[in-house]
Design a protein around this ligand. Structure first.
Ligand SMILES: Cc1cc2nc3c(=O)[nH]c(=O)nc-3n(C[C@H](O)[C@H](O)[C@H](O)COP(=O)(O)O)c2cc1C
Length: 312
């Protein structure tokens, strides 16, 4: 159950990034709970192949939460019934996605301006699910009317067992600073666990936020990409090049084990260069990685780089 799990450090859902190999890697570094990429409720109900591939999970990564998006309460309920038959710890409802194509359908962060529809969706999902439900929200639609506390209250009333809040409005996008007051107001409005999300860039900062807010957990997104060691309380947060390449080698190993010998190039390439972000040679390594045309080429480059870095 989400309520009883030890969940202070959580990997945020990130489309195109938080697949099984990356979740497993974050788990190995100490993530207490991982969220999947968002899953289209319509595509899941239609059993579309590309969507079914997102359901890949295994026992080693538990507890994992898989995230659904959509704006139709019935379809979301049906999708939740399918997901709850999976060996996962919970289902999350996406009420924070700012992408235009999602907003236009009334899903994602569009739900932050429709508390009643949001509640209907949560009610339907909770009724059809046999596993716990969390809801990931933003502060609101825009700064004029903050809806997070109301939506969180409605979510709890409808049966949700946890809230994750990215404390920015939809119109903020990813700019401006996180509003800790809204997180506190949201925590005050419910008795279920609230996870704080947004702009956490180190393990220490996560610990400090847990202490400052007294929230049930901190959720980390972008800063975990290429730096899964953020979940470890003991690893130097600016590790050596040798440490970085070992983490990337492990990522490739997990990808090959779980996605097959030739995992999708663009996805892996997009992860790979991030392991060297902020280092002197990072830009040159990125150019080399971007220049690879097949997964095999990428693999050869990474292994050659590893030989160099590990013998230095
Ligand atoms: C590449 C990318 C993909 C994302 N995909 C999702 C998603 O599928 N579902 C979701 O709820 N949020 C998604 N988000 C938002 C993150 O979960 C998180 O709320 C946001 O990045 C703020 O946290 P951070 O500052 O720690 O990155 C995504 C963010 C990024 C950068």
């Amino acid at each position: 159950m989400v309520n009883s799990m030890h969940t202070p450090f959580i990997l945020a859902p990130m489309a195109g990034c938080t697949d099984l190999p990356f979740r497993l890697l974050c788990k190995e570094y100490g993530a207490d709970l991982c969220y999947s990429e968002m899953i289209d409720s319509h595509a899941l109900v239609a059993r579309q192949q590309d969507c079914l591939e997102l359901l890949l999970t295994n026992t080693a990564e538990q507890p994992v939460i898989m995230q659904l998006y959509g704006s139709n309460p019935e379809t979301m309920g049906e999708a939740a019934a399918i997901l709850s038959a999976q060996p996962i710890a919970g289902i999350d409802i996406n009420m924070g996605c700012p992408m235009e194509k999602i907003i236009q359908t009334g899903a994602g962060a569009a739900l932050m301006k429709s508390p009643r529809l949001a509640e209907k969706i949560i009610t339907s999902v909770c009724k059809k699910s046999t596993i716990p439900i969390s809801v990931k929200i933003r502060s609101s639609w825009n700064q004029h009317l903050i809806t997070a506390p109301e939506i969180a209250r409605r979510a709890e009333g409808a049966g949700a067992q946890a809230i994750a809040i990215h404390a920015r409005t939809l119109s903020d996008g990813f700019t401006g600073s996180i509003d800790h007051r809204v997180i506190l107001q949201t925590m005050e409005s419910v008795s279920i666990p609230v996870f704080a999300n947004g702009d956490i860039t180190s393990h220490e900062q996560g610990q400090a936020l847990l202490k400052k807010l007294g929230c049930a957990g901190v959720m980390i997104g972008r800063a975990a990409l290429g730096a899964p060691w953020i979940f470890s309380g003991t690893v130097n947060q600016q590790p050596s090049m040798a440490y970085r390449i070992k983490a990337l080698l492990r990522h490739l190993e997990l990808a090959e084990t779980h996605l097959g010998p030739e995992p999708g190039l663009s996805k892996i390439r997009n992860h790979a260069w991030k392991y060297f972000r902020g280092t002197t040679t990072g830009p040159a390594i990125r150019r080399q990685i971007d220049a690879t045309n097949t997964y095999s080429e990428l693999r050869v480059y990474v292994h050659t780089l590893a030989e160099r870095l590990l013998s230095a």
